[in-house]
Ligand binder design. Structure first.
Ligand SMILES: Cc1cc2nc3c(=O)[nH]c(=O)nc-3n(C[C@H](O)[C@H](O)[C@H](O)COP(=O)(O)OP(=O)(O)OC[C@H]3O[C@@H](n4cnc5c(N)ncnc54)[C@H](O)[C@@H]3O)c2cc1C
Length: 402
């Protein structure tokens, strides 16, 4: 009998727990350690913040899902590891600490925003790292929208997170234009690089910029924020950008407490360093994947921190761990990038295909964006449940009054 403990039920961890739970021998035990009660798909956190998220159909309760899919949800947050005794230390919602024994441990706790120690950012900015932060953001946005007049929102970082958030907020504000009591938003999207989506292909950045300008979002490129206070932000050139609400969405890192945890190797972004087989470099019983892992490829490149990469790594590790329990060798994870899809406003998306040679855009591409989420739902809940959810959503859109 083997006990596999997976920490983190996000894009990677939930897929892994579901795949293993449904396929391992009944005497093997799969435990998912996750602090939240419900799973939210992180690439939709900006929708929670903008009030456009569907809470009924797009979340999943770990406890009941685990019961149907062969894993146990242990609601707690990992705090440390004792590698000698193979014990995970956790902090439970009731304030108690506990330990959990493992034969194999998988760490998939994702990443948080990196404020690069910018003065005042932690105190005066909202972040979209957890569902709670996203819900708190909506509380503030909702109150701002109801306050009337001309209001300003600063968003730092024009990568996927910042850009999707800016566009979603602009779309919501546009929908409220007939409401005489609603505030009119000025949205500043501030980026230190010379283009939006700096890690994407140039053509995609250009298309995204045109769309953002159509939404009248004030895109400020080559602009670095030096400090933040309650009134607003100051750029490194001394320009003051006053705002009512400020978001930080620039850069990611794994949480600081992960750095060298249990003596494991980590990099400058606190990510655990793993081999191409996803096993950590110093412990053959501990694995890591998703945004919190630094995963090398044979050509020397690193797997990017993307939902798509987290999903593919989970599918690979599920096969590897099953094989390992049957005495087989681990195989390397080879990542093939399927392109990038970014949603810009609720009904529009831009995507790259064919090694970035083809750029697609429009309402239909938005369906492609949804497909990544639907594939995740298919992996965690099966084709039948995914189909029922799609049909329910369609019917809801058709019949729900405005
Ligand atoms: C607003 C936004 C938009 C995005 N848009 C895109 C996009 O368009 N395309 C794309 O590819 N990527 C996008 N991303 C990035 C994508 O969400 C991540 O790359 C992906 O979710 C990483 O998966 P993961 O499993 O590593 O981490 P996550 O999905 O973040 O899951 C980590 C899980 O670990 C849990 N956890 C954290 N700490 C602990 C602990 N101590 N103990 C137990 N559990 C813990 C968390 O609660 C969470 O459930 C976006 C991200 C954001 C925030």
């Amino acid at each position: 009998m083997s006990r596999v403990v997976i920490v983190g039920g996000g894009a990677a961890g939930l897929e892994l727990a579901s795949l293993l739970g449904r396929s391992v021998e009944p005497h093997d035990e799969i435990i998912l350690v996750e602090g939240e009660t419900h799973h939210y798909w992180k690439p939709r956190f900006h929708e929670i913040a903008a009030g456009t998220f569907d809470n009924d159909l797009d979340t999943l309760c770990y406890f009941s899902h685990g019961a149907r899919n062969g894993y146990r949800h242990f609601q707690a947050r990992m705090t440390d590891i004792n590698r000698e005794e193979k014990l995970l230390q956790v902090y439970k919602p009731n304030g108690e600490t506990d330990t959990l024994a493992y034969d194999y441990l998988v760490i998939a706790i994702g990443a948080i925003s990196n404020d690069f120690a910018t003065k005042g950012a932690k105190e005066h900015c909202l972040f979209l790292d957890t569902p709670q932060q996203a819900r708190d953001s909506w509380q503030q946005i909702s109150s701002l929208l109801r306050s009337g007049g001309q209001r300003t929102i600063n968003i730092v970082g024009a990568g996927a997170t910042g850009l999707e958030l800016a566009a979603e907020l602009a779309k919501v504000n546009g929908n409220l234009s007939q409401n005489a009591y609603a505030a009119k938003l000025t949205i500043n999207l501030i980026e230190a690089a010379d283009r939006v989506l700096p890690s994407g292909p140039l053509k995609m950045s250009q298309e995204a910029l045109l769309r953002l300008e159509k939404f009248q979002i004030n895109v400020m490129l080559n602009t670095r924020i030096a400090s933040v206070d309650q009134q607003g932000m100051t750029t490194s050139d001394g320009l003051n950008l006053d705002a009512d609400i400020q978001f930080w969405a620039a850069g990611i890192k794994a949480p600081d407490w992960l750095n060298n945890i249990g003596g494991l190797e980590s990099n400058h972004a606190n990510q655990l360093i793993v081999k191409q087989t996803l096993v950590t470099t110093l412990d053959s019983h501990i694995f890591s994947l998703g945004d919190c892992a630094a995963i090398p490829q044979a050509d020397g490149s690193m797997v990017p921190p993307k939902a798509q990469a987290a999903n593919r790594a989970a599918v690979h590790l599920a096969k590897n761990l099953k094989g390992l329990m049957q005495g087989k060798e681990l195989t390397p994870f080879v990542y093939k990038d399927g392109g990038m899809v970014v949603s810009i406003g609720h009904n529009y998306a831009i995507s790259t295909m064919m090694n970035d040679r083809l750029i697609l855009k429009g309402r239909l591409v938005r369906r492609l964006y949804d497909t990544i989420f639907r594939l995740h739902q298919k992996t965690v809940s099966g084709l039948f449940t995914m189909s029922r959810l799609i049909i329910s959503k369609r019917l809801k859109c058709i019949f729900k009054p405005n």
